[in-house]
Design a protein around this ligand. Structure first.
Ligand SMILES: C[S@@+](CC[C@H](N)C(=O)[O-])C[C@H]1O[C@@H](n2cnc3c(N)ncnc32)[C@H](O)[C@@H]1O
Length: 179
């Protein structure tokens, strides 16, 4: 009898493990991969580089496309400007919101549980992204159609296929709308 209970518990644990694996793959990893990029956080030294390249000016407004744990949004908001993150993984949205509260910048850092593909980029002066090569062509078209003159795009690791970057530093690329 005791052995039967032991095996039942073992079976239950195994089923729980399989369910969480299937849940993660189908509801977290595959959607991220399909609509953008899977979660890989930007290294702290690269975050600094991206902020330097953004050359933030007072009154500007920033967006991070796929904000993960909120590190870029937090770094941007810490410069004093309003920063928004768009993220489709609800667990990362909760984590980022917690990190923002901890950093004490809830008045100017905001995370939205939404895909960035539906957002109008014309409201932003600074766009940061750590995407994947398969989205860069579509993202380039959307950005070039929507961003306002003087806007800056800072891309970690990936380049746009038909747009010449104005600066490159250690795998971080700065694009500008000079119109
Ligand atoms: C490579 S991570 C970058 C995270 C964060 N920006 C950083 O630099 O640490 C990409 C993030 O984009 C999210 N993502 C993928 N597709 C998305 C979409 N269409 N809309 C919003 N977020 C998306 C993923 O869930 C993942 O957290």
């Amino acid at each position: 009898m005791n052995l039967l209970i032991f095996f039942l518990i073992l079976l239950l644990l195994f089923l729980l493990l399989v369910c969480s694996f299937v849940f993660s793959v189908f509801f977290l990893i595959l959607p991220s991969l399909f609509w953008g990029a899977i979660y890989v956080p930007t290294k702290p030294e690269i975050v600094k580089k991206m902020i330097n390249l953004a050359d933030v000016k007072p009154g500007e407004k920033a967006i991070d496309l796929g904000s993960g744990d909120g590190r870029l949004v937090i770094a941007l908001a810490k410069t004093g400007i309003e920063a928004h993150g768009y993220e489709i993984n609800p667990f990362l949205v909760r984590l980022a919101q917690k990190n923002i509260r901890k950093a004490g910048i809830s008045d100017r850092a905001f995370i939205h549980l939404k895909t960035f593909w539906k957002e109008d980029f014309s409201k932003f002066n600074i766009v940061t992204v750590y995407g994947m090569s398969h989205i860069m062509k579509k993202l380039e078209l959307k950005l070039r159609k929507e961003i306002k003159p003087g806007a800056k795009i800072i891309s970690n690791s990936f380049v746009f296929p038909n747009w010449r970057y104005s600066k490159k530093e250690e795998g971080v690329y700065l694009y500008e709308n000079k119109n």
